[in-house]
Design a protein around this ligand. Sequence first.
Ligand SMILES: Cc1cc2nc3c(=O)[nH]c(=O)nc-3n(C[C@H](O)[C@H](O)[C@H](O)COP(=O)(O)OP(=O)(O)OC[C@H]3O[C@@H](n4cnc5c(N)ncnc54)[C@H](O)[C@@H]3O)c2cc1C
Length: 410
Amino acid sequence: MDQSVPSRAVVIGAGIAGLVAARVLSERVDEVVIVERDAIDDDTATQPGVPQAMHVHLLLQRGYRELTSLFPGLDGRLAAAGAPALDLLRDGVWITRAGEAPRVPSRLRTRSASRGLYESVIRDLTLERPNVRLLDGHDAVALVGDAAAVRGVALRRRPSRASGTALTGTTPDHHATAAGEPQGETSQLDAWLVVDASGRASKAPAHLAGIGAPVPTESVIDASLRYATRLYRLPAVPRDWKVLLVRDRPPVGTRGGVVSEIEGGRWVVTLGGAGEDQPPTDDDGFVAFARDLVSPRLFDAIRDAEVLSPIHGWARTANRWRHAERIRAWPAGFTLFGDSLCALNPVYGQGMSVAAMEGGVLGRWLDASAVGRDRRSATPPATGPLIDALSRTARLPWFLATGEDARIEG
Ligand SMILES: Cc1cc2nc3c(=O)[nH]c(=O)nc-3n(C[C@H](O)[C@H](O)[C@H](O)COP(=O)(O)OP(=O)(O)OC[C@H]3O[C@@H](n4cnc5c(N)ncnc54)[C@H](O)[C@@H]3O)c2cc1C
């Protein structure tokens, strides 16, 4: 007789990293529950948990390749929603103080969309898996377990979603409170594996401390880059490019900007600058900043274009690595994933691609024989090797981003 118990994985966070993890897990465990603090609606761009969704999100070729292989149907749905196909060298104008890069056909293919569209299509594809459920409107407020092993997550239903989503398999615990959190209705979700994909502001360090486990040290390299972003209507006049990027010469000049064609016949225009030279979020300041870029091409493109949105600023761009890989006594049954493990300065456009690559790492680790054997036992798996493998994947993107930013950091 089969003595095994159904395996459940809990993923904290329904951002791109969490959805990638859930997709990979869904093929290998019996049940996946994604816990997301925001109430998910059809307009991801307005979700409070992902305010960064307003800003330009270029998906590099590697990330596009990984994501389209993880999510069959992704490219077709992005295309159907109007996201243009992009050859980054042929369709991109890349300008620095040294001049303009040659425009040549390349294999650097991707599709250009808003962050909201990438995320909503990936979420739909993930939730089409029969064994994946989304528990939105719930905060993961603590880990359940001890320093040796994580065995679940304590959740608190957000007040704005009083009705909540009914979930079988939770243990109602109306008396429990999580350290540092306001009192609320809480419950516990048991899990064989807990994946923290709750982003760069992850509470994992506090949650680990809460169960007496070691807390990772952090490396932070902050170039103090700020973004300001606005949407425009794609002008009717034809042009021979889909993305235009202007960058000065850091560390002397950190000012830059990008115009990217996205679904809905729109341009997302993001300006960036570091230190004292930050892009303004008022109309006149935004335009003046664009006019003073190292090339007039961006200003010329947007000067007569129709404005479609207010200007949104963004300031959290530091590179931050939580060094889980340095902890030898890491608790079993728990891992950091995506930005929660290693968040990168977004200006290098690597975050979604790294999250997608980490999906492959997670799959290979789950398929490793020892982990595979444990999967239907009550024993949480040793996650140290997974953390090591994820860290190896993040190391090169980290080096590329921080190598540049260390020259700018004040
Ligand atoms: C301004 C900006 C521009 C960027 N541009 C690019 C780009 O051009 N190209 C690129 O590849 N990447 C870019 N990135 C990075 C990219 O967005 C991320 O690296 C990638 O999406 C992975 O993020 P994530 O899923 O780990 O975290 P997030 O996207 O932050 O998602 C975390 C999720 O967890 C939820 N959550 C948080 N705490 C809890 C909790 N306690 N309980 C339940 N849920 C919780 C949040 O609500 C959120 O939905 C950019 C980032 C920023 C900030």
